[in-house]
Ligand binder design. Structure first.
Ligand code: SF4
Length: 242
């Protein structure tokens, strides 16, 4: 999978948008944000809740200029825009969209799984907050993301942490995909890397494409003692039940 200028979507001049939410309080905690769902992601996580956004082109794609016009009309109602996905950094045109949003006076948030580390490095100076998805141990990414993308994710996480941009690292937890022992090892790795804020997001079966994962046997997986141990590794730790 190429990064930077070798990427097949690099030539695009306009951000491909697969969805838009005009107001969210959940996508950038503490901020009133609109969310722009970017089309395209090269990974294939079994629990992806936006599988319609994985393809580079989607049936429900929207024109960026119409989205930008809607954002401009929301000045005073929201204070930020989050670029989510899909994988927003898959599109080179994300940078110009971020610049446009900054020009409107909004804060810029970015959801990423760290698929394109070199491109992410260039975007971080335009970014005020990152929600960074870590799938599992970096050596075991193919088991969750369907590709051996852990090296890219680790490189991207280094970029985010070195940039000093405000960051929340989160992992979607499902005992069939990320065992309790694996999750403990991952948390220790993240703490060693310098992650300060870590969030576990509980798996949601609703709208789920992989039928084999629809009935999680999660009893005891996130019990109190286990979570207390994880929490001790970070300045801030949360289990988000969505
Ligand atoms: S990286 Fe995100 S958008 Fe891409 S397949 Fe995984 S969950 Fe879906």
């Amino acid at each position: 999978m190429p990064d930077g200028s070798e990427c097949g979507t690099e030539a695009s001049t306009e951000l491909k948008v697969g969805g838009f939410v005009p107001l969210s309080t959940a996508d950038w905690p503490g901020r009133l944000a609109a969310v722009v769902f970017c089309q395209g992601c090269p990974w294939r996580c079994g629990y992806c809740h936006n599988p319609h956004l994985q393809a580079a082109r989607g049936e429900a794609m929207r024109d960026w200029h119409s989205i930008a016009a809607r954002l401009a009309r929301r000045r005073g109602l929201i204070d930020a825009v989050v670029f989510s996905g899909g994988e927003p950094t898959a599109q080179a045109s994300l940078r110009s969209a971020m610049l446009e949003v900054r020009g409107m006076g909004f804060g810029v948030g970015l959801h990423t799984a760290g698929v394109y580390p070199r491109r992410l490095r260039r975007l971080l100076p335009l970014t005020d907050w990152v929600g960074f998805d870590v799938k599992t141990l970096f050596s075991e990414y193919d088991a969750v993301a369907g590709v051996a993308g852990g090296g890219r994710a680790l490189e991207s996480l280094h970029e985010v942490l070195e940039s000093g941009v405000d960051c929340e690292v989160r992992t979607t937890v499902h005992p069939d995909l990320v065992e309790a022992r694996t999750l403990r090892g991952l948390a220790a790795t993240l703490a060693r890397l310098g992650v300060k804020r870590y969030v576990l997001q509980e798996f949601r079966a609703q709208g789920y494409p992989d039928s084999s994962l629809r009935a999680p046997q999660s009893a005891g997986y996130l019990d109190e003692e286990y979570c207390r141990d994880l929490a001790s590794l970070f300045d801030s730790f949360e289990i988000r039940r969505v």
